[in-house]
Design a binder for this molecule. Structure first.
Ligand code: RP5
Length: 174
């Protein structure tokens, strides 16, 4: 799968202008990671989504990580489950910020994914988010926050997002 903001059918050859890559270890992760895609879409951030496996496609993973910066990407969101090494492998190949999203797994409910993603050796950082959907949404919001450091229009959108969120809580009646 290769999916790009603004044109869901475009493949990796058309992905030059993406600022964020949302990659995941398996097609089975998409149901969770589509929430990262939708969040980036909401903020109008150019991004691409695709499946890359650290274990099943190791040369593709290395190639993607080592060419990411030159392609103009600024943040990589990497999701994986179980022996979740994708975010770490990306971080090993690039100095771009890598945000890891642990997938809920069948056998250990995502605790395996969380530990595999978060326990990086000193020197190769991965910013690890929560397991599952909250992690997918927050990884996208974190990516927007990183991009917003040099893009005032995104900073404004983030402020608006927080205001709407708070207004909803204030208006909640039980
Ligand atoms: C990981 O193994 C993937 O990220 C996925 O979360 C998990 C299971 O993959 P499938 O067996 O469903 O392809 O690599």
């Amino acid at each position: 799968m290769a999916k790009k903001h603004g044109d869901k059918n475009k493949g990796q050859n058309n992905a030059e202008s993406s600022l964020v890559a949302v990659i995941m270890g398996s097609q089975s992760d998409w149901d969770t990671m589509r929430h990262a895609d939708e969040t980036l879409e909401k903020f109008g951030v150019a991004h691409e989504c695709r499946v890359i496996s650290a274990h099943r496609s190791p040369s593709l993973a290395a190639e993607f990580g080592s060419t990411a910066e030159a392609r103009g990407l600024e943040v990589i969101i990497a999701a994986a489950g179980g022996a979740a090494h994708l975010a770490g492998v990306m971080a090993a190949h690039t100095t771009l910020p890598v945000l890891g999203v642990p997938m809920r797994s069948e056998s250990l409910n995502g605790l395996d994914s969380l530990l595999a993603t978060v326990q990086m050796p000193g020197g190769i950082p991965v910013g690890t988010l929560a397991i599952g959907k909250p992690g997918a949404v927050n990884a996208a919001l974190f990516a927007v926050a990183i991009l917003a450091n040099s893009r005032p229009e995104l900073r404004k959108k983030l402020h608006e997002f927080r205001e709407v969120q708070e207004a909803k809580i204030r208006a909640t009646k039980l």
